[in-house]
Design a protein around this ligand. Structure first.
Ligand code: SAM
Length: 287
């Protein structure tokens, strides 16, 4: 099958099937072989790997993955793309395409069935409108995975890497850093896609930590606090958290915890590091 990373081949397939791009699905297909090579090499795909691809589109990256991995599972929401994928992937017997919404499928079950529950690698040129729920879902559901190598909006890639004191710091930064080591591996301009997006993109590799960098008694509770803190970013932690309706979290308990941690009562969540959110969560749980 012709390499779809070459723009002319993508154009031919789109015309053959009279495909119409759906904006609501964030469809921007890659048309740059260098970027595709870079994604595959950064993801470190080998013949042993089972790879989950989110949103294969017309199968451009899927072809590269099928050439390099043992097995590829590709989940695509747009049913108009399914006959196209059957065509463009017809020469591979190691690809399974699932027509579904990635936010609704039980990825843990797929990993169990297709890879005996052993860690997979996730590779994707993500639909940008659901980048955060996809990443949070993979981590919070504890999908067994080694790494996630994804194309995202440049600004979102930056957000994953920053610490306190920057405007981009937020719940996504903390979740990514709790679960993984983020590294931007390429910046990708709009002309590498068809149609061109309005924003710059970046490929980021998130390598899963074998152990989280901080110990916390109740991970879910810590993330409830983190989310609540950044939902009301301009408020002090004492006000923001006590309004959030989290059980056991009141003005009094937050004040006592911050005092015990030696932090000012005027502090906002955006000033706290991951270690401090972990300590705060443990102290509030004890109250
Ligand atoms: N991988 C292809 C490429 O690189 O050319 C396409 C990438 S395009 C940015 C995102 C793809 O994700 C589209 O094919 C879109 O239809 C699909 N998609 C959007 N929302 C989805 C969802 N909720 N579940 C699964 N796939 C989705």
């Amino acid at each position: 099958m012709a390499n779809l990373g070459i723009p002319q081949n993508t154009i031919e397939i789109l015309q053959k099937y009279q495909f119409r791009f759906q904006k609501k699905f964030g469809q921007n297909f890659l048309i740059d072989t260098h970027v595709l090579d870079k994604i595959i090499s950064s993801a470190g795909i080998t013949g042993e790997d089972c790879v989950l691809e989110i949103g294969p589109g017309i199968g451009t990256m899927t072809q590269y993955l099928a050439e390099n991995a043992r097995e590829v599972i590709a989940v695509e929401i747009d049913k108009a793309l399914i006959p196209i994928l059957e065509d463009t992937l017809s020469s591979y017997d190691n690809v399974t395409v699932i027509n579904d919404d990635i936010l609704k499928v039980d990825i843990n079950r797929i990993v169990k069935e297709q890879n005996g529950g052993k860690p997979i690698k996730v590779v994707a040129n993500l639909p940008y409108y659901i980048t955060t729920p996809i990443i949070m879902g993979l981590f919070e559901n504890h999908v067994p995975l080694e790494s996630i190598t994804i194309m995202v909006q440049k600004e979102v890639a930056d957000r994953m890497q920053v610490g306190p004191g920057t405007k981009d710091y937020g719940a996504l930064s903390l979740a990514v850093q709790y679960y993984a080591e983020p590294k931007i591996v390429a910046n990708v301009p709009p002309n590498c896609f068809m149609p061109r997006p309005n924003v710059g993109s970046a490929v980021i590799r998130l390598t899963r930590h074998s152990e989280p960098p901080v110990v916390v008694k109740n991970e879910k509770f810590m993330f409830d606090l983190i989310r609540a803190s950044f939902n009301q970013r301009r408020k002090t932690l004492v006000n923001g958290l006590s309004n959030a309706g989290i059980s056991g979290v009141t003005k009094e308990t937050v004040t006592a915890a911050l005092e015990a941690m030696g932090l000012p009562l005027t502090i906002r969540g955006e000033a706290l590091m991951l270690e401090q959110f972990a300590e705060l969560a443990d102290r509030l749980k004890e109250e």
